[in-house]
Design a binder for this molecule. Structure first.
Ligand code: 5GP
Length: 145
């Protein structure tokens, strides 16, 4: 999928937002939902998405929705840090299949990093254990402030 196109209401994140498929939810407010990535590149890999959006990528999004999204990203990133004490955090976002995007509902990755621990493959590694994801989500949720 290129940068151009129309929003597909059947994408995975739209289904998570509608409660049609499960996710290990971390945090939710009026604007954003955060949940664990099911194919994590590192322990604690968390995704933050706008709830009321049909933006496929960053370029599509309105300033009004982008502002609460980035504030949500910072809030969740702080909670990830407090919960898991990583050495660093990669915050990233892909636009278009050529750039590595695989789900076409705007989202931001928060990926904890530890010294000497390489990243797993993007969107192509193994599926995490749902119970372990739920436990991680609860640990991060407990640190939301
Ligand atoms: P993208 O490649 O679009 O930047 O990121 C999409 C992310 O969604 C990937 O990191 C991938 O592991 C994750 N993902 C794909 N399918 C699911 C799913 O069904 N549930 C969750 N929680 N994450 C998913």
């Amino acid at each position: 999928m290129s940068l151009d196109g129309t929003y597909d209401n059947g994408n995975i994140f739209a289904k998570i937002l509608r409660g049609k498929i499960p996710a290990a939810r971390v945090f939710e407010d009026d604007h954003v939902l955060a949940f664990m990535d099911a194919f994590p590149q590192a322990l604690g890999h968390t995704l933050v998405i706008p709830k009321h959006s049909t933006a496929r990528n960053l370029l599509d999004e309105s300033p009004e929705r982008l502002s609460p999204l980035i504030l949500g990203v910072q809030r969740v990133a702080r909670a990830v840090r407090a919960a898991l004490i990583p050495d660093g955090l990669t915050v990233t976002q892909f636009n278009g299949a050529t750039a590595g995007q695989t789900v076409f509902h705007l989202h931001v990755h928060i990926i904890p990093r530890w010294e000497g621990v390489p990243l797993a493959r993007h969107a192509g590694g193994g599926m995490a254990n749902p119970a372990e994801l739920k436990a991680l989500a609860d640990r991060i949720a407990a640190k939301i402030s």
